[in-house]
Design a binder for this molecule. Structure first.
Ligand SMILES: Cc1cc2nc3c(=O)[nH]c(=O)nc-3n(C[C@H](O)[C@H](O)[C@H](O)COP(=O)(O)OP(=O)(O)OC[C@H]3O[C@@H](n4cnc5c(N)ncnc54)[C@H](O)[C@@H]3O)c2cc1C
Length: 140
């Protein structure tokens, strides 16, 4: 039986769905098409740049935290292109040992300058409460 799958958008949602179609539904990769409107793939988890110019992704990815169990389980099964014999997960782990995360700011403008988001109205107490909620969600 000939089967085809089509996804709109090259974000991690479509890429993960394609992975599960190949692994669990026996799809051949060439029967899966992903349509992306932008020049850069990855959706909101994009990344772009070069060794000489530097790289930019829109969000801090925090792939060094013991979270994202489902994503990690998937990446453990995807072979690395650049490091034969390793999974993408292992490649990320190795990278994290060499390159330590050092974030000076969470939100910057298109010129890389820090943005003042005090206008959002969160007090330090609000922020701590959000963190507390997050920590409780992670633990239980
Ligand atoms: C600034 C920022 C920081 C973030 N930080 C983190 C983080 O640290 N950790 C984390 O886990 N998550 C983070 N996220 C969230 C994470 O990036 C998203 O949850 C995830 O990327 C959503 O994936 P998705 O595939 O559902 O959608 P998206 O990534 O939004 O992908 C959708 C894609 O579809 C394309 N598209 C839309 N319409 C069409 C069309 N008609 N035709 C063709 N293409 C189309 C879009 O161009 C886009 O590329 C962050 C998000 C942002 C914006």
């Amino acid at each position: 039986m000939s089967r085809k799958a089509y996804f709109i958008g090259g974000g991690v949602g479509s890429l993960a769905a394609a992975f599960f179609l190949i692994r669990d539904a026996g799809f051949d990769g060439k029967d899966i098409k992903i349509f992306e409107d932008l020049q850069v793939t990855g959706g909101s988890c994009d990344g772009n740049g070069s060794v000489t110019e530097g790289f930019l992704c829109r969000g801090g990815r925090m792939l060094n935290a013991p979270t994202f169990e489902c994503l990690h389980a998937m990446l453990k099964e995807i072979p690395s292109i650049q490091a034969p014999g390793k999974s993408v997960f292992q490649e990320i782990e190795d990278f994290n040992k060499v390159v330590k995360t050092h974030a000076n700011s969470r939100v910057v403008d298109k010129n890389g300058c820090r943005l003042d988001v005090d206008t959002m109205g969160f007090s330090m107490r609000d922020r701590m409460q959000l963190l507390q909620w997050w920590a409780l969600e992670m633990l239980f």
